[in-house]
Design a protein around this ligand. Structure first.
Ligand code: SF4
Length: 227
């Protein structure tokens, strides 16, 4: 498969935020989100077999812990990715899969925790989530919405309610979008939507959702990659 980078850092998002995690970042994406901070994954990378990726994961984290498969859109390389997931699970790693849910998720092993990033309208990629994937969700999965405006918030709120997401998955995450060229200050000044505003909307609506911040962007310079 084509790999952009493999590195160890702290998990920055989801209910696993704060835990040490090895990130396996696959090359290529079929979407072009307006605020994408991973455009460097669209091209390049290097070819690696599943066992070469396993060796690198083991080198970085000898005692099996958390591994996140991300991109780009990792499910574009499903044929080679599924055997890697099986190897990681067999070796005892907890595997997270970050995906937009645009590709089918039915063949992902049940033990893999899917973090599905449903695109909101301001991303420019709204309506790309494949609704059939709701049937592939497991109780341990998480659904995420990256929110840049009131319109995005209302989309996420209505989608969550309509599909009863808080009953289907372990967490529904609402995250303020970050400016893609953010650099310097490690604070919320780079958010396209003030987190305080988002928090107040969530409280007003009594939403069974969790405010998610990208922890790594408050620890390291937001422009730094590989953290
Ligand atoms: S799906 Fe992810 S990697 Fe692809 S354009 Fe959107 S934010 Fe970037």
């Amino acid at each position: 498969m084509q790999i952009t980078e493999i590195y160890k850092s702290l998990q920055g998002e989801s209910t696993h935020a704060g835990l040490p995690c090895v990130f396996v970042r696959l090359t290529g994406c079929n979407l072009r989100c307006s605020w994408c901070d991973s455009e460097y994954t669209f091209q390049g990378g290097r070819r690696m077999t599943a066992s070469e990726v396993m060796n690198e994961v083991r080198r970085l984290m000898a005692t099996p812990g958390l591994v996140e498969i991300t991109g780009g859109e990792p499910m574009l390389q499903e044929r080679e990715l599924l055997p890697l997931m099986d190897l990681l699970l067999a070796a005892g790693y907890r595997v997270l899969l970050e995906t937009s849910g645009e590709r089918p998720l039915t063949r992902v092993p049940a033990e893999v925790i899917k973090i599905v990033d449903v695109k909101c309208p301001d991303s420019g990629e709204g309506e790309t989530f494949a609704l059939e994937n709701l049937n592939a969700l497991q109780p341990h999965d998480e659904m995420k919405f990256v929110i840049a405006s009131r319109a995005d918030y209302e989309f996420a709120r209505e989608f969550s309610r309509q599909h009863d997401l808080s009953r289907r998955v372990t967490a529904v995450l609402f995250s303020p979008a970050f400016r893609k060229d953010a650099t310097g200050a490690r604070d919320s000044s780079h958010c396209l939507l003030d987190p305080q505003q988002l928090a107040e909307w969530m409280l007003e609506d009594d939403l069974p959702a969790r405010l998610g911040m990208q922890l790594h962007k408050f620890i390291w310079d937001p422009a730094v990659k590989g953290v």
